[in-house]
Design a protein around this ligand. Structure first.
Ligand code: OSB
Ligand code: MG
Length: 368
């Protein structure tokens, strides 16, 4: 792919308001922006979406940096590739560390699309010109949840996801349903229940939720399958799906009815597309999950979500959902509940050099 250099930028930005789950509070976001430049000066961008601490998966910003610096970039330096798919194969020699792999792999896809004068959406097989937008409400107060829903409804969002956990479930959902009986609503538990909570989880069937995301263990498939047979609400798996094979097993053995695909969690766009293709073939609902990301990862998500199997709104919200000012130009906007899929080459967004400079903590360059 004619790579001449890679630059990593560590950036840091405060969220407009804290993102609260039972696992902790995200008030500030660090991330790694990957810039790959070829010998013709074409730049591809990727984003490392691991958090500063390992609350969602085992990776962190620092482990991602270590993997990129000591293993992944050296692999690319030693083995020139012709296509981003070859990076996926190359990275198989390293166990897991999917978000670190994805940071690099997604930048290769952007570069490859630009080298071939195509949009990333088209390169991946995307068909849609716009995608429906959903939003996440993550707070520990019922009042705040209600006012945020009100605000996001006015902005046109088409699906609402609320964070729940034992102690903040029935009462919260009942209040939301009292004011908004008909909105497309789902709940994300981030592994806060166990199979012993089966009666409590059954009681959530009354709220007519689109789905319940990851109620049980972050690495469990089997008990989700047991639970799915006991509850009406479709189970959607997030944390449990880190490879194509996880998705295949979850579908084939009835562990869930819906899959949330996150590019970072599964190690890149190629694996994400394989999961999408399998869901499409098996008529399983699939949607694109969010990571409180900056604009580069958001842009990759938009391209992915333009594939035909992504039929329901995901966590793809506007740049201004989380940020005063994003690191891309133009910013991602939601109009009447839709996000346009850009038709320009690659991800279809430029980096905002002013914003990159303002948020940069450190950078490191690798010459090929
Ligand atoms: O569990 O889906 C999750 C954000 C960070 C880590 C995990 C999750 C989330 C979200 C998506 O809920 C938030 C977003 O980016 O829209
Ligand atoms: Mg989730």
């Amino acid at each position: 792919m004619n790579i001449s250099s890679i630059q990593l930028y560590l950036i840091k930005m405060p969220l407009k308001s804290p993102f609260i789950t039972h696992l902790g509070v995200v008030g500030e976001r660090e991330g790694i922006i990957v810039e790959i430049i070829d010998h013709d000066g074409i730049c591809g961008y990727g984003e490392g979406v691991a958090f500063s601490s390992p609350w969602y998966t085992e990776e962190t910003v620092e482990t991602s940096f270590h993997m990129l610096n000591d293993f992944l970039i050296p692999l690319l330096q030693n083995q020139p590739i012709q296509h981003p798919k070859e990076a996926t194969m190359l990275f198989q020699s390293i166990r897991r560390n999917n978000m670190a792999k994805s940071a690099l792999e997604t930048a290769l896809w952007d570069l490859y699309s630009k080298q071939n004068q195509a949009s990333l959406s088209k390169m991946l097989g995307g068909k849609k010109e716009r995608i429906p937008s959903g939003v996440v409400v993550a707070t520990n107060s019922v009042t705040k949840a209600l006012s945020q829903i009100e605000h996001y409804l006015e902005e046109g969002y088409q699906r609402f996801k609320i964070k729940i956990h034992p102690g903040q479930d029935v009462s919260l959902l009942a209040e939301i349903r009292r004011y908004y009986p008909d909105i497309p609503l789902m709940a994300d538990a981030n592994s806060s229940y166990t199979i012993k909570d089966i009666e409590q989880l059954k009681s959530l069937d009354q709220f007519n939720l689109l789905m319940i995301e990851q109620p049980l263990g972050h690495d469990d498939l089997i008990e989700h399958g047991i639970l799915q047979k006991e509850i009406m609400t479709p189970i959607c798996l997030d944390e449990s799906i880190v490879t194509f094979d996880d998705a295949r097993k979850a579908i084939d053995y009835g562990c869930c009815k819906v899959i949330n695909v996150k590019v970072g969690r599964v190690g890149g766009l190629y694996e994400a597309k394989r999961i999408h293709d399998y869901c499409f073939e098996k008529d399983i609902e699939v949607w694109c999950g969010g990571m409180i990301e900056f604009g580069i990862s958001r842009a990759h998500n938009i391209a992915l979500a333009s594939l035909p199997g992504f039929s329901i709104p995901g966590d793809i919200s506007a740049s201004n959902r989380f940020w005063e000012e994003d690191i891309i130009l133009p910013e991602v906007t939601v109009e009447n509940g839709w996000v346009n899929v850009p038709s320009g080459i690659g991800i279809g967004f430029e980096i905002n050099p002013k914003r990159l400079k303002e948020t940069m903590v450190s950078k490191r360059k690798y010459v090929f």
